[in-house]
Design a protein around this ligand. Structure first.
Ligand SMILES: [Zn+2]
Length: 240
C-alpha cells in the first residue's frame, strides 16, 4: 500500500504541475497581444506625425504656387501701368497693385508659418522614429522571449504527461477511480499531506486517532472533512 500512496502523491504532483504550466501557457498569448498592441500604438504615433508633416509640406507647396501666381500678377499689372492713359485708370491700377501686394504679403506670412510647422513636425518625427527603433528592439526581444517560454512550457508539459503515463498503469484501478473522482470534485486537488496534524486540503485538524493510524498504517486513508486522500508528510512534520 505504501507504494500505492507514493504513486498517488507523485500523480498529484504531476497533475498539479501540468495544471500550473497549462495555466501559464494560456496567459502567454494575451501577453503577446498586449505587446503587439503597445508596439502598434507607438508605431501609429509615428504615422500620425508623418501624415501631419506631409500635409504641411503640401500646404506649403500650394502657398508657394499661389505666391508665384500673385507675383506674376503683380508684374503684369505693373507692366500695364505704363500703358494707362487716364488718371482714373491709373488710380484703379494702383489700387489693384496694392490689393495684390497685400495678398502676396499674406501668402508670405502663411509660408513662414508653414515652414515653422514643417520644421517642428520634422523634429518630432525624427524623435519618434528614433524612439520607435529602440522600442522595436525591445518589442522583438520580449516577443522572442515569450515565444521561447511558450515552447519551453510545451516541452515541460509533454515531459509531465509522459511521466504520468508511465505512472498511471501502476496505480490500482479502484484507487485511480477514487483519485479521479475527488480531483474532479475538489478543483484538481485529490491527494494532500497532513502537516502537524492538519489536513492541508481543508486546513482542519484530523482526529488524533486517524493521525495515529496514518503514522502506523499502510492503508490509503481519507480526510473525514474534505474526503481527500491524505498522507503523512514526514519532511514537514518533524518535531511536531
Ligand atoms: Zn481535509
Amino acid at each position: 500500500m505504501k507504494r500505492q500512496i507514493s504513486l498517488l502523491v507523485e500523480r498529484q504532483r504531476l497533475d498539479s504541475e501540468i495544471r500550473r504550466l497549462s495555466f501559464k501557457k494560456k496567459e502567454l498569448p494575451d501577453q503577446i497581444s498586449r505587446q503587439d498592441e503597445e508596439f502598434q500604438t507607438v508605431s501609429q504615433g509615428v504615422d500620425e506625425v508623418s501624415k501631419a508633416f506631409d500635409v504641411s509640406v503640401k500646404a506649403h507647396r500650394d502657398k508657394e504656387s499661389e505666391l508665384k501666381d500673385g507675383l506674376d500678377r503683380l508684374r503684369k499689372t505693373k507692366d500695364r501701368l505704363l500703358e494707362v492713359k487716364t488718371n482714373k485708370e491709373y488710380q484703379a491700377m494702383l489700387k489693384e497693385i496694392e490689393t495684390v501686394e497685400q495678398k502676396n504679403s499674406a501668402f508670405e506670412d502663411e509660408i513662414l508659418t508653414l515652414l515653422e510647422k514643417m520644421d517642428t513636425f520634422k523634429k518630432e518625427l525624427r524623435d519618434r522614429e528614433k524612439n520607435l527603433d529602440e522600442y522595436r528592439k525591445h518589442y522583438e526581444d520580449e516577443k522572442k522571449k515569450t515565444e521561447e517560454e511558450l515552447s519551453s512550457l510545451d516541452r515541460e508539459i509533454l515531459t509531465c504527461q509522459k511521466d504520468l503515463q508511465g505512472l498511471s498503469s501502476e496505480i490500482e484501478r479502484d484507487l485511480a477511480k477514487k483519485y479521479a473522482m475527488i480531483k474532479k470534485r475538489k478543483n484538481g486537488l485529490a491527494v494532500v499531506p497532513i502537516v502537524k496534524g492538519v489536513c492541508t486540503g481543508c486546513h482542519l485538524n484530523i482526529p488524533p486517532q486517524l493521525y495515529n493510524e496514518l503514522l502506523k498504517s499502510d492503508q490509503v486513508l481519507s480526510c473525514p472533512y474534505c474526503n481527500r486522500i491524505i498522507y503523512w508528510d514526514e519532511k514537514n512534520s518533524n518535531g511536531a
